[in-house]
Design a protein around this ligand. Structure first.
Ligand code: G4P
Length: 280
């Protein structure tokens, strides 16, 4: 891979396999809880996600809200509600109260399916849900929080492969204890690069330097970032010089700086941002 080239590589074979595995799991559930990263509410999903997930009721979670701009996030919540028709809940790793809302909505969304089963003469059963999303959006953290207060493992269900473990969240909701992984893929490279910003793509798929340069370009003029690095013009060279990260021959160590810039952004030290543009 050329070091200075901004490109995110995909592995079509892996994607196809992951999509197949996801579809198999989706067959087991009544309701889908799709997790996205609040900093990239569009880029952390596909444009035609419905094609992959099917027409099952879906609840959208905008997670890592603690790392996103609050005002912008309110606008995104409204936008996604209006355009997807799905309920949208904003969540973060620190708050637990939003998860009561998640459980309540998941139960409500699956009620139609449960009623249809009852109408066929079957006994009422708990709705079945699973958490899906791209890598690193916080799926496992959400499953852990949802299942923390209820460790009732109810094991394999008839017709369901043994590896799938269910946890009873409450009498009306069972949750698959492993997430469904939406493979990272974005046909649009501008969106793909944002997945690299938030660590949703494997580090083998890109070089840090061009990705960090693209991030700084996107954060150009943002006061919190300029103040954090204490440089007028946000370039890797300027940041490296300021930090005294200099190589032999007085060259700024842009490679080391790139890794730190990405880390600073990912850990929220540069401020709270949403990097997707809200469509008009
Ligand atoms: P995944 O299953 O979708 O791949 O994501 P996972 O839950 O493993 O979370 C990925 C990383 O994001 C973890 O950090 C996790 O702690 C962090 N995370 C999850 N939800 C939130 C959130 O709402 N806000 C913030 N700020 N971080 C969140 P890690 O550094 O990989 O591990 P660790 O810090 O948990 O050790």
């Amino acid at each position: 891979m050329k070091k200075d080239k901004l490109h995110i590589h995909w592995y079509p074979g892996h994607i196809a396999k992951a999509e197949r595995q996801l579809k198999e799991k989706l067959n087991l559930v009544d309701v889908i809880i799709e997790v996205r990263d609040s900093r990239i509410p569009l880029s952390s999903s596909y444009a035609n996600i419905e094609k992959l997930l099917g027409d099952k009721p879906r609840l959208l979670l905008l997670n890592k809200a603690d790392l996103a701009d609050k005002n912008e996030l309110n606008k995104w919540t409204e936008y996604l509600r209006a355009t997807t028709g799905c309920p949208v809940v904003v969540t973060d790793a620190k708050s637990a109260k939003d998860l009561n809302q998640v459980v309540k909505l998941a139960v409500e969304l699956s009620e139609e399916k449960i009623q249809a089963l009852i109408a066929k003469g079957l006994l009422r059963r708990a709705a079945r849900a699973m958490v899906v999303g791209m890598p690193n959006v916080g799926k496992s953290s959400i499953i852990n929080k949802l299942t923390k207060s209820s460790k009732t493992k109810i094991g394999a269900k008839a017709g369901v492969t043994r590896q799938q473990q269910w946890v009873r969240i409450n009498p009306k909701l069972d949750l698959l204890d492993t997430p469904g992984i939406i493979p990272t893929r974005q046909d649009n490279q501008q969106q793909a690069v944002k997945l690299a910003f938030v660590s949703s793509v494997s580090e083998n798929a890109y070089s840090p330097e061009p990705v960090a340069r693209a991030l700084l370009e996107m954060l150009k003029g943002k006061r919190s970032v300029i103040e954090y690095y204490n440089v007028g013009d946000l370039t890797l060279e300027n940041i490296a010089m300021k930090r005294n990260w200099i190589l032999k021959g007085e060259q700024p160590d842009t490679e080391r700086t790139a890794i730190y810039v990405l880390k600073d952004f990912r850990e929220g030290r540069l401020g709270l941002f949403i990097l997707d543009e809200l469509p008009q």
